[in-house]
Design a protein around this ligand. Structure first.
Ligand code: CA
Length: 226
């Protein structure tokens, strides 16, 4: 998942970013609402983790603005405000989930997975594409019931393709999912290298090259079922 975190507390923001990155996600962490808002306008995210007590502009105000602007991204509020009225206000302002601090990164990650399942209309916890299976909780990939060892970036690339099994994704769209906002420009051949590794480790047909456009997931029965 590519996640945007808006959290002004430096210790908590750092802990969340680090923990969620270790769980295999791509994280852009902002301490300032205006910067987060700019990022939402220019990048593609799977979900937002939103603190409410922010300097200058309250998190609820940001949430209402995004919903008015028809930003439909799933939003999880993570706040110290634990009153029932405050929780109701958060959900009624357009949040998809509401968590009270303190929480563990493990629970936050599980809530985000559940939220993403709902937003993508998937009830099952495992993603299946022919002989390929991906478990977003453990980040484990299986091909024909055999575990496949992938690096975190290879896993993110495969996850992105699996999220849109019917679509051709451009190089720019895929690269955006692979690298953090602050991560610098990827070398031009890096995406090709990751695609090459996926084909070598899973199956040569698992990723299709669509000339002049980008890449797509291979046919579900690539190479035949086991
Ligand atoms: Ca705060």
């Amino acid at each position: 998942m590519r996640l945007l975190i808006l959290e002004d507390d430096p210790l908590l923001g750092d802990a969340l970013s680090t923990g969620l990155r270790q769980a295999g996600h791509v994280i852009d962490w902002f301490r300032d609402g205006d910067e987060a808002d700019q990022a939402i306008r220019s990048a593609t995210y799977d979900a937002i983790v939103l603190d409410l007590g922010l300097p200058h502009t309250d998190g609820l105000v940001w949430l209402r603005r995004w919903r008015e602007r028809e930003v439909h991204l799933p939003v999880l509020i993570l706040t110290a405000r634990d009153g029932v009225d405050q929780r109701i206000a958060g959900l009624d302002s357009g949040a998809d989930d509401y968590l009270i601090k303190p929480i563990t990164v493990e629970e936050l990650a599980a809530r985000l997975r559940a939220m993403l399942r709902r937003s993508t209309g998937r009830a099952q916890t495992e993603w299946v594409h022919g002989a390929l299976r991906f478990d977003p909780a453990t980040r484990q990939v299986h091909w024909r019931d055999q575990p496949v060892e992938l690096t975190p970036r290879e896993t993110v690339l495969l996850e992105t393709l699996l999220k849109h099994p019917q679509r051709v994704l451009s190089r720019a769209q895929l690269q955006e999912q692979l690298y953090d906002w602050s991560g610098g420009e990827p070398e031009s051949n890096t995406l090709e290298v990751h695609v090459h590794h996926l084909r070598r480790k899973i199956h040569s047909g698992v990723v299709r090259t669509v000339r002049g456009v980008g890449y797509a997931l291979g046919a579900a029965d690539t190479g035949g079922e086991a």
